[in-house]
Ligand binder design. Structure first.
Ligand SMILES: *Cc1c(COP(=O)(O)O)cnc(C)c1O
Length: 362
């Protein structure tokens, strides 16, 4: 069955292209989730995750998408009140998840396309009102990478605050050192920069976050951090894990470590730079605030007023697809993903195709 060879190649910001080798790995025979074979797989996967996350903290595997871990974070770690940093659709969603779970949560909100700055967080946290911080590293709806390293320095001044970071669309494409940054919970789904099929999320938990969870009632059942800790000690998960996904993750982590993480970050930076140059050379503008452009996706401002849907459908005829703008940004912007296993050659091919389409339209 060669149908995958003819499929439309994804340059949307998730799900992204998955290598055939990875898809094959998901076809392995099943094993019992309480077996030694599973424990070995779990241990090996977690060990590699610790390397790519630069952490000694526990890493857990969740049979859910990343949004499930949004819920886990608010249920386990918000005791008094949280501060959410809203700069686009996904960060807004995390805020809403907190509210919908009956938690107290305030927000800092900036215009879409702008970044969250360390001073904004410092000012809010200095009131002493907050025990938790919800921060999205790479806002996939706008292509903004807020300055995580600078923000982490500010958060360190507030040791009672549990620092939770959504790294869904940046992790493994942009450097993120969990321990150095003092991140208490770092979460990611696997269908973005990990370049795996959707359905699996990973998250780290610090001692501080476990301690907080111990003092918070009504953590729920499925995402209880203390359940994950207990089973994690046996290299298991509290309920049946997504075993096929974990096989794929384990192999993908192996491939990442073979590439070398620094090389991987560099490859993403090169693809991003190349794409941004194409944007300017093509007479478009970048939507994202200058200096805060993501290395895993580029959001293009449609200042030329092109028909974005027509561009996308002509691109599909050539076997590739990019993303339209998110929500209200539809047609006003469009998004080009350059993450996961995507290479410079892929980007050259994509952007050449786009140039051809755009020039033909003149
Ligand atoms: C995709 C995404 C999510 C949500 O992930 P799901 O897998 O749809 O639950 C959350 N945050 C960011 C930054 C994302 O890009």
């Amino acid at each position: 069955m060669d149908s995958w060879k003819k499929h439309v190649r994804l340059f949307i910001p998730g799900p992204v292209e998955v290598s055939p080798e990875i898809l094959d790995e998901m076809g392995r025979p099943m094993i019992g989730h309480r077996s030694k074979a599973y424990q070995d797989l779990h241990a090996s996967t977690v060990e590699k995750l610790k390397k790519i996350l630069f952490t000694e903290n526990d890493v857990h595997l969740s049979a859910s998408s990343a949004t499930g871990v949004f819920e886990a974070c608010v249920r386990n770690c918000i005791k008094k009140k949280a501060l959410a940093c809203v700069c686009g659709a996904f960060s807004k969603k995390w805020y809403q998840v907190a509210i919908e779970n009956g938690k107290e949560c305030d927000k800092i909100e900036v215009e879409w396309g702008k970044a969250i700055k360390p001073e904004m967080i410092d000012e809010k946290l200095s009131t002493g009102e907050y025990d938790s911080l919800l921060f999205v590293n790479n806002e996939t709806s706008t292509g903004v990478a807020s300055p995580l390293y600078e923000i982490a320095e500010v958060v360190k001044k507030y040791p009672d605050v549990v620092f939770m970071v959504d790294a869904v669309s940046s992790l493994t494409g942009m450097k993120l050192e969990v321990d150095k940054l003092g991140i208490d919970v770092c979460l990611a789904g696997t269908q973005k920069a990990f370049a795996l099929p959707p359905g699996l999320a990973i998250f780290t938990v610090s001692e501080k976050a476990y301690k907080r969870a111990e003092s918070v009632p009504n953590r729920g059942h499925y995402f209880d951090f203390l359940g994950f800790r207990k089973y994690g000690q046996k290299n298991q998960t509290p309920s049946t894990p997504a075993i096929s996904q974990i096989y794929a993750l384990n192999l993908q982590l192996e491939r990442m470590l073979n590439e070398g993480m620094e090389n991987r970050f560099k490859r993403h930076a090169q693809m991003a730079e190349f794409t941004r140059k194409w944007v300017i050379d093509s007479g478009f503008e970048l939507f994202t605030e200058k200096g805060y452009e993501s290395n895993t996706l580029t959001t293009v401002l449609n200042n030329k007023g092109i028909d974005v849907n027509e561009l996308i459908s002509k691109l599909v005829d050539k076997g590739m697809i990019i993303g339209n703008g998110y929500g209200e940004l539809k047609n006003k912007t469009f998004r080009i993903a350059h993450m996961g296993d995507t290479t410079m050659d892929d980007m050259k091919e994509l952007l050449n195709n786009m140039s051809e389409i755009l020039e033909g339209e003149k």
